[in-house]
Design a protein around this ligand. Sequence first.
Ligand SMILES: NC(=O)C1=CN([C@@H]2O[C@H](COP(=O)(O)OP(=O)(O)OC[C@H]3O[C@@H](n4cnc5c(N)ncnc54)[C@H](OP(=O)(O)O)[C@@H]3O)[C@@H](O)[C@H]2O)C=CC1
Ligand SMILES: O=C(CO)[C@H](O)[C@H](O)COP(=O)(O)O
Length: 510
Amino acid sequence: MTETTTEPGGTAAQPEQSEKEASVQTPETPDKADIAVTGLATMGRNLARNLARNGHTVAVHNRTRKRTDSLIAEYSGEGNFIACESLADVVRSLKRPRKVIVMVQAGAGTDEVIDQLAELLEPGDILVDGGNAHFIDTRRRESALRERGLHFVGTGISGGEEGALNGPSIMPGGTAEAYKTLGPILESISAQVDGTPCCTHVGADGAGHFVKMVHNGIEYADMQLIGESYDLLRTVLGKTPDELAEIFRTWNTGDLESFLIEITAEVLAAKDPRGGEGAFVDKVLDQTEQKGTGRWTVQIALDLGTPVSGIAEAVFARSVSGHAEQRDAARGVLEGPSEPSEKVAVDNADQFVEDVRRALYASKVVAYAQGFDMIRAGAEAYDWNIDLGAMATIWRGGCIIRARFLDRIREAYEKTPDLPSLLVDPYFARTVNEGQEAWRRVVATAAAAGVPVPGFGAALSYFDALRRDRLPAALLQGLRDLFGAHTYRRTDAEGSFHLEWSGDRSEREA
Ligand SMILES: NC(=O)C1=CN([C@@H]2O[C@H](COP(=O)(O)OP(=O)(O)OC[C@H]3O[C@@H](n4cnc5c(N)ncnc54)[C@H](OP(=O)(O)O)[C@@H]3O)[C@@H](O)[C@H]2O)C=CC1
Ligand SMILES: O=C(CO)[C@H](O)[C@H](O)COP(=O)(O)O
């Protein structure tokens, strides 16, 4: 191999190389790669291995060479890899049309790598961003690259480190034409449920990253609800982490069966890795961090006017947990309920556990209903033709929110594609209706015990708001008309009206 100095992320300083010199191949490796992965940290490394294990020859590259070397040293036996020194080598090593998956840090790093690749690729080539990019950035990048004749496929990939290796859920956007070429490769490495790949073409330009963003928003809501269930059972019933692990394990055998419930049991059962009998969960600082996809979901939901209250409460709950200084200050000043939490009346502990299970399921249904509403609203706003049933189908396996009940969601949207809300599908309506008494008891008990349950509370309020005949929105309209002549509509006549509040109180059409 020729000695090359690889600048961080740079290719400009590369001396001219022949194809042979540019990359490291084992003797059996085909001359050209089917696909490339650049960015070989947690996700990219495992995605490259997954591709190779599934028979694809993979060109691999990372800004810092040692990640490439360690991949080859440890896993070259798993399939055909071509180790590349630079992005120029990546491009030289690929069959046409070239397909490059970028798996680098979202944001500036992604822009940098895409800019470099855009200079090297040719019309017809396919550039895939598999990171957690903001879909607005993806739309911008797609539009710029389309002008250069390149296909840009913003792709949501979920499943974490293990999913990337063994089969993630994959949400590709971009053109249908690009999917025709790229889709079979992605489908071959995705999770499969009942023989169906957890990968499908989501829609044009940023649709894939939009759906991944909402997926992550639902992930936040789901985790928040699990956290509230844990807190309630621990605080009110005094359950130990081991007992709670067992409860979650049992829940995972029923309607709630999901990856997140399964790993909750695992985390609760874990002991302090530094030794002793103490539970791991008690040693972890109680401040949830976030990389931002949940926050993006809420920001965009505000713009779209979609009430994703479960996701919003989950994002805010993370923020509250992180305000250590306010929590420290409040602890000595703000008082809890006069009745200690453990003395709050719960007639029957087993019944309360069952109530929490039902409240969790009902609230989870609301969170998913809100998420699917948001996907519909996004599809309308950005002119994407997103099949909601297909989204439920590809989330059944591989991703962090994979859950048994996604099959029910798939069925609901397949039966009625224009379902106004998941909550009115017969199965889900029955679920929330039947769960509501338990749900109300749980929220009331939490309030009495002083346990914050913003997720449960928001979900129940949403359920009540949807089902009520009349909402106080009418009063708010009256207030807006009084202080700002903002007008109101009537229940018994068409048009908008204003009442002369400071005059003769007559009504005039606006
Ligand atoms: N981790 C997870 O569970 C999941 C992550 N994602 C997304 O996948 C992507 C990759 O995630 P992950 O594997 O965790 O890695 P990181 O997000 O930690 O990013 C590290 C990788 O990005 C590279 N990189 C950073 N900046 C640049 C740059 N300017 N030029 C070139 N390369 C750069 C690093 O190269 P170097 O080694 O040289 O520093 C390294 O390969 C991210 O967008 C992430 O949001 C999606 C789903 C799940
Ligand atoms: O994309 C993912 C899974 O699908 C990541 O796990 C997710 O981004 C984690 O988010 P955060 O760090 O904000 O909790």
